[in-house]
Design a protein around this ligand. Structure first.
Ligand code: C2O
Length: 583
């Protein structure tokens, strides 16, 4: 593990101090957190997968990157030092960043990038969240190798609302690219075509036996009969939603996006890029005389090519003491799980329909019951004209692929929007005329319009502090219907409704769930359908919202909300830290 992580003696020292403090001040025990310091050195590291060695951008030479571990209520301070040629930023995906928007991380939205040789200290407190999140680079496609788990434990002496697991295991899905993903996206944006796809999926950085040269690079989970394990799943892949299943084992979903849910069991889960899920895995009571595969492969709805390969890990049981060597897992039969078909949209709808907030007195679902402002955004693909004297590889050779929200394909500015907003220098950086509904309504999921051109701009929506927002996200059929995992920075939202076809503003709202809808930060807009979310804009700052399929973000499926300061001092965004990078 990296030098920045606490060594076990240090952890004991910290725990000792904390325990003593808690003993002296019992009243503080459940509220005051500690500060956890990490150091992220961004450096190149040689890594070999699929018999292919390449130099990747890493944190502290680790792939995947180091774990951030904190309790709810703790402050996390991460000193990021950039030793590579690329500009870098790090985003703490799903962390609410209450009044700490300067630490959020999306490049040119909340900060200018950290340039070569520069340092930036991210400083934020984890409030009201417990479960799993993750951190990742938030500039270009660097998050293909710059990612790692954020593990949020409940406050000291606060139990989980489910059986205490014997062990906790992060299971982080990623993609492996033999090519340099930076070159892949640069080339695609130049020729207007769909970018190349990854060569493998990985679990904790390991592709598993179905790939070339990878049998040794397999994630293995060894369990003891009768014990319960907490799997902390993260989808850190760039471009692929994933199904995941473990042969002959049932999974219990207990938490999504660091919010507890009403537990339910399933054989297979679906996890989009940007989503995280905690699962309980109950090991069989007795040594099973078999070994079980855990597989993940994509759920893909678009027309473009995608990486349709499967990553495999192995679940094996600790053999009973004094068992014969034949009980070694290498000699046992291997049992494979069955995953849904690659385009199984009804599985997706069924699975997401089961998610419900816990919504009890200890963990209430504070769903906004009244709405101050309603928004209707279409999300989907579109085109831009091919530059003159060039032949493009878009849907036609005179067009380039693009993507948009309400037909605006978002253009990142060359300075950060948050600074421009805070110092009231928006001129030439952004405009506040983002359309609240489509300018030209059409039959969104019917026959697509002939004109597929998008408009391009840096437009935002401005919200007064504490606005209660309802937002309907509607997929379009332009260049094909497709599922879009939309991620909102700075907030959790409640998923109050979803459906296929076009949203009906008369018939659908009466069916909304305002009692126990799931609360999360990333939601899949159903392929050929819509989803309705509600959130309270109680966090001043500039908050990015985008498709977490990185190719769609690159094409412009992104926008930003500006939430104004409130009247009270504790409703205002503080000034930026002095080391905030400049553009
Ligand atoms: Cu996980 Cu804006 O990202």
């Amino acid at each position: 593990m990296g030098a920045s992580l606490l060594s076990s003696t240090e952890i004991f020292r910290v725990m000792f101090i904390v325990l003593n403090t808690l003993w002296l001040f019992p009243k503080l025990a459940s509220s005051a957190g500690i500060t956890r310091h990490y150091k992220f050195n961004i450096k190149l590291q040689n890594v070999t997968r699929l018999c292919h060695t390449k130099s990747i951008v890493s944190v502290n030479g680790q792939f995947p990157g180091p774990h951030i571990i904190a309790r709810e209520g703790d402050r996390v301070v991460v000193r990021v030092v950039n030793h590579v040629q690329n500009n870098v930023t790090i985003h703490w995906h799903g962390v609410r960043q209450l009044r700490s928007g300067w630490a959020d991380g999306p490049a040119y939205v909340t900060q200018c990038p950290i340039q070569t040789g520069q340092t930036y200290v991210y400083n934020f407190t984890i409030t009201g969240q417990r479960g799993t999140l993750f951190w990742h680079a938030h500039i270009s496609w660097l998050r293909s190798t710059l990612y790692g788990p954020i593990i949020i434990l409940p406050k000291k002496n606060v139990p989980y609302p489910f059986v205490k697991p014997f062990k906790e295991v992060p299971v982080i899905f990623g993609e492996w690219w033999n090519a340099d993903p930076e070159a892949v996206i640069t080339q695609a944006l130049q020729n207007g075509g769909g970018p190349n796809v990854s060569d493998a999926y990985t679990i904790n950085g390991l592709p598993g036996p179905l790939y070339n040269c990878s049998a040794q690079d397999t994630f293995k989970l060894k369990v003891k009969p009768g014990k319960t394990y907490l799997l902390r799943l993260i989808n850190a892949a760039l471009n692929d939603e994933l199904f995941f299943s473990i042969a002959n084992h049932t999974l219990t979903v207990v938490d999504v996006d660091a919010i507890y849910v009403k537990p339910f069991t399933t054989d297979t889960i679906l996890i989009t890029p940007g989503q995280t899920t905690n699962l309980l895995l109950k090991a069989k009571l007795h040594f099973p005389n078999a070994t079980f595969l855990m597989d993940a492969r994509p759920y893909a709805t678009g027309r473009g090519t995608f990486d349709n390969s499967t990553v495999t890990g192995i679940l094996h049981y600790e053999p009973p003491p004094k068992s014969s060597p034949s009980a070694s897992f290498k000699n046992l039969p291997l049992i494979k799980p069955t995953l849904p078909p690659l385009n199984d949209t009804s599985f997706a709808a069924n699975f997401t329909g089961k998610l419900r907030s816990l919504a009890n007195t200890q963990f209430p679902a504070n769903v906004p019951q009244k709405v101050d402002q309603r928004f209707f955004f279409t999300v989907g693909l579109g085109t831009n004209p091919c530059p003159q004297n060039q032949t493009c590889q878009g849907p036609t050779n005179s067009t380039m692929f693009s993507a948009s929200v309400n037909n605006v394909s978002f253009v990142l500015p060359t300075t950060a929007i948050l600074q421009a907003h805070f110092f009231q220098q928006s001129k030439g950086v952004y405009t506040t005329d983002f359309p609240t509904t489509p300018i030209f309504p059409f039959n969104y999921t019917g026959t697509p319009p002939n004109n597929t051109m998008v408009s391009n701009g840096t437009k935002v929506v401005v919200l007064p502090y504490n606005t209660s927002v309802e937002l309907v996200l509607q997929d379009t059929s332009i260049l094909g219907i497709e599922s879009h995992p939309l991620h909102l920075h700075g907030f959790n939202f409640f998923v109050v409704g979803q459906g296929f076809g076009n949203f009906d503003s008369k018939k659908d709202p009466p069916k909304f769930n305002l009692v126990d809808p799931v609360e999360r930060n990333t939601v899949g807009v159903p392929s050929g359908g819509w989803v309705a979310i509600r959130f309270l804009a109680d966090n001043p700052g500039v908050w990015f919202m985008h498709c977490h399929l990185e190719v769609h973000t690159s094409w412009g499926l992104k926008m930003a909300w500006i939430v104004m300061d409130g009247k009270l001092p504790n409703q205002k965004l503080p000034p930026p830290p002095s080391d905030l990078p400049k553009c």
